[in-house]
Ligand binder design. Structure first.
Ligand code: ZN
Length: 391
């Protein structure tokens, strides 16, 4: 399987200029100024003229409720599973699945089965072990064993803090989770990171800062998300990032959240960079398939929407087109940065030898046109050419 992409402006996410890109089976084979292939009798070669297009790495969405989530307005509010084309039409070629509030009817066995299903359908998928709850409900009974023995498990999470729905973990409990994740990660060559859901309470990131200051656990063992959910957490997030911590912003939203002070991701990225936070510490995730509850002023549930993975790239596009963030920095928050933080060494970069996950964008509008996942064309001219089993 050979695919030759000609004349693409490559953002690796670092700008490489206009080049030809040869995908060999599921890897990026060669990147050259010009590649001319001889007629081959033994192989079909698809040649794509990418004049006027940018080639960027396939996107990584590292916080998605792939088996559905929600349920916080009783059973009927449980959200559905993600479908393959939800991801591919959004340029996403790598997903990391998480559970969420409901660690009872959602469990690790079904999370791993869904990750495998998505891989059979053509994209890459990993999972985190656990849910909001502490003690962590693992697959094998121990965080270390999950990481060391189960290929798909790359870390722990999303553990909830600063939230009325969290198990209210103590510093000691959270430090023990982090050290188990750290050791499991070391022994398995994985990130072993602890993905932390941060809620609306004024405790913010204090628990994680206490651990970083008072134990041997480094601040980078944690990967806190939803940092843009309100202005006071966002301010705390800037201070946290300046201490060296990672910060993840959630792209799924509804207009009501913005009225209440949520910081739009595109803007949050620009502000963090202006504040001098190192670009590599910042990521976006969609929180896709989570429920987005809308309450009226009396606190009654008046509507419920589902988080969409399509918001992942639309916020990156807004960061470039509306906030003036450089293409390299904006693309990095959904490619190179999560790949480094999560130690997904084959992902997040257009480099020879990496996985052939490539997105072609219209250079002017930044519309997603063509998507390759592991060398296979999933989307062409903005339409899915490969569909999930039940689509
Ligand atoms: Zn969450």
């Amino acid at each position: 399987m050979l695919t030759l992409i000609k004349n693409a402006e490559i953002y690796s996410p670092h700008y490489l200029g206009k080049k030809d890109l040869l995908l060999v089976h599921n890897k990026i084979g060669y990147i050259r100024d010009s590649i001319e292939l001889p007629e081959l009798s033994f192989a079909d070669i698809e040649v794509i003229d990418a004049e006027g297009k940018m080639a960027v790495p396939g996107f990584i969405d590292s916080h998605v409720h792939i088996i559905g989530g929600g349920g916080e307005g009783s059973y009927k509010t449980r959200t559905p599973e993600i479908q393959l084309t939800d991801a591919t039409l959004s340029g996403i070629t790598t997903l990391v699945g998480v559970i969420g509030t409901d660690g009872t009817t959602r469990n690790m066995a079904s999370l791993i089965a869904k990750a495998r299903a998505l891989e059979e359908e053509g994209i890459t998928c990993y999972v985190q072990t656990g849910s909001y709850q502490v003690p962590v409900k693992t697959l094998t009974g121990k965080i270390e064993d999950d990481l060391i023995l189960i290929d798909k498990i790359i870390g722990v999470g999303e553990i909830a803090i600063a939230d009325h729905r969290s198990s209210q973990p103590t510093v000691e409990e959270m430090a023990k989770i982090a050290s188990a994740a750290r050791v499991g990660g070391m022994l398995s060559g994985k990130a072993g990171i602890v993905n932390v859901h941060v809620g609306d309470s004024y405790d913010h990131l204090k628990l994680l800062e206490d651990i970083a200051e008072n134990t041997d656990i480094p601040i980078k063992q944690f990967y806190p998300t939803h940092i843009n959910r309100n202005p006071h957490l966002f301010e705390a997030g800037i201070r946290y990032a300046k201490k060296g911590g990672y910060v993840d912003f959630t792209t799924s939203s509804i207009p009501k959240f913005f009225e209440e002070g949520e910081v739009k991701c595109s803007k949050a990225l620009r502000i963090m960079l202006d504040e001098g936070v190192p670009a590599g510490q910042i990521t976006f995730t969609s929180d896709g398939q989570a429920s987005l509850p809308d309450f009226n002023e009396q606190g009654e549930l008046i509507g419920l929407q589902i988080g969409k993975v399509s918001t992942l790239f639309s916020e990156v596009r807004d960061a470039i087109l509306q906030e003036g963030v450089s293409i390299e920095h904006a693309i990095s928050v959904i490619t190179k940065n999560p790949a480094s933080i999560l130690k997904l060494h084959q992902k997040g970069r257009i480099e020879e030898g990496k996985d052939a996950d490539v997105v072609l964008l219209n250079k002017e509008t930044l519309a997603i046109e063509t998507v390759f996942s592991m060398g296979r064309k999933m989307v062409e001219d903005g339409k899915a050419v490969v569909k999930g089993t039940f689509e």
